[in-house]
Design a protein around this ligand. Structure first.
Ligand SMILES: [Zn+2]
Length: 404
């Protein structure tokens, strides 16, 4: 039994976070056994009174294969893909490179307090398998998908439709355990044939599997989709091919008509909002008030490599900063990188908040010297998170060595 005396911020909803000052978190068999006010607690304890405990952070959209090209600048999506992303993803064909990259990436996730992530890999079966193997070695929790492209991609990255489908299904069947799962990952409509998207959608629906892709990030991309598929909207392409649904996570979703919002709402699809990336590539401002008003679930992703950092507290701040008028409050900032993302992943029964019975995926953050921990500290943590030090991280109750 581990007993940690500390202060807890716990996400409840987009408008509520609970503050539990001076409580003892008891962990047993990898789960949170109880959280007790110190005034009512009896027993031994480890002293972390100068820390704030949060549930482990969740990154809803991140590209492992782009980890090393963060900050290599191209100010628009399509040139960025051509000049920065595709040459880098090609390097993951080399298994030694893919292995080293995976390890560096996962250790960086942990150092940033992320305990669950939803990952795109390079479009090679072996690189995807390596991503799973290294994740398993390190005890990482994630959904991981091999990025699929069977048209309009550079030759070295291009898959046949059969290759994309066969290996996706193989990976889905091979990697299913309490830590790791497969997510079907057509990159985006311009690089995926109708046949590939329909078959992925059919299989995923039959097997209750998750799907991720990108949607309406950039005006040139949207025009390209119109040219290829001729549908009334980008969202209609995914709708018609069967890709929308309650296990579908759509990256970005910036430029959407009311009719498209209705398609997302009616299908219970979710959005991975990536504010840092959206402004890095000058894609546009996420219509957060419209998405919220439409009742479409959304969470936050780093979108590394177009996102510049794996730190989800930084992305929570960017969610606020990248709204011209709408003031995102600290309770929502915390919710979107924890419990909100867990709900989108249908994992809220086990992760996303610190509650009795849930997995002990938890981080402890130490504030700057002289800082008083009180109810308003959540606001300071959300807006000045870089001043806090990640002092501990637990994955299912196991303390992870952050010096690796
Ligand atoms: Zn992305």
């Amino acid at each position: 039994m581990i007993n940690i005396r500390t202060n807890v911020f716990n996400p409840i909803s987009p408008t509520q976070a609970d503050f539990l000052p001076d409580h003892v978190i008891s962990i047993e068999h990898g789960k949170i056994a109880s959280i007790t006010s110190f005034a009512e607690y009896q027993g031994s304890w480890e002293d972390c009174r100068n820390s704030i405990a949060l549930p482990g952070l969740i990154d809803l959209h991140v590209h492992l294969s782009q980890y090393r090209i963060r900050g290599l600048y191209y100010p628009a999506l399509l040139p960025w893909l051509e000049h920065s992303v595709f040459p880098e993803e090609e390097r993951s064909r080399d298994s030694d490179y893919a292995r080293k990259l995976s390890r560096d990436f996962y250790l960086a996730l942990l150092k940033n307090g992320t305990t669950f992530s939803v990952i795109y890999t390079a479009p090679f079966r072996e690189a995807a398998d390596i991503a799973f193997e290294v994740a398993q070695e390190l005890g990482i929790r994630a959904k991981i998908g091999m990025t699929l492209m069977d048209m309009n991609a550079p030759q070295p990255l291009l898959q046949s439709t059969d290759y994309a489908l066969k290996h996706s299904i193989d990976l889905f069947e091979k990697w299913q355990n309490p830590f790791l799962g497969y997510i079907f990952t057509p990159r985006f409509a311009p690089t995926c044939s109708e046949c590939l998207m329909r078959e992925v959608a059919k299989y995923a629906r039959q097997h209750e599997a998750f799907v991720q892709t990108h949607l309406s990030e950039n005006p040139d991309e949207i025009a390209w989709v119109k040219e290829i598929f001729g549908k009334e909207s980008y969202t209609a392409v995914y709708k018609d091919f069967g890709l929308l649904g309650p296990r579908t996570i759509l990256g970005h979703a910036i430029h959407l008509s009311d009719a498209e919002l209705a398609l997302l709402k009616d299908s219970s699809s979710a959005i991975a909002h990536c504010p840092d990336s959206n402004f890095y590539l000058k894609s546009g401002e996420y219509p957060l008030p419209r998405i919220s008003a439409a009742g479409i679930p959304f969470g936050l992703g780093s979108d590394v490599g177009a996102g510049t950092s794996l730190n989800m507290l930084y992305h929570a701040k960017l969610m606020n900063f990248r709204q011209s008028k709408y003031p995102v409050l600290p309770a929502e900032m915390l919710y979107r990188i924890t419990l909100g993302n867990a709900r989108i992943l249908h994992l809220e029964h086990s992760i996303g908040s610190l509650d009795g019975g849930k997995d002990a995926d938890m981080i402890l953050l130490t504030p700057p010297r002289g800082f008083e921990i009180k109810e308003q500290s959540l606001s300071q943590l959300c807006f000045s998170g870089e001043d806090f030090t990640l002092s501990r991280l637990y994955l299912q109750g196991r303390r992870i060595n952050l010096e690796q």
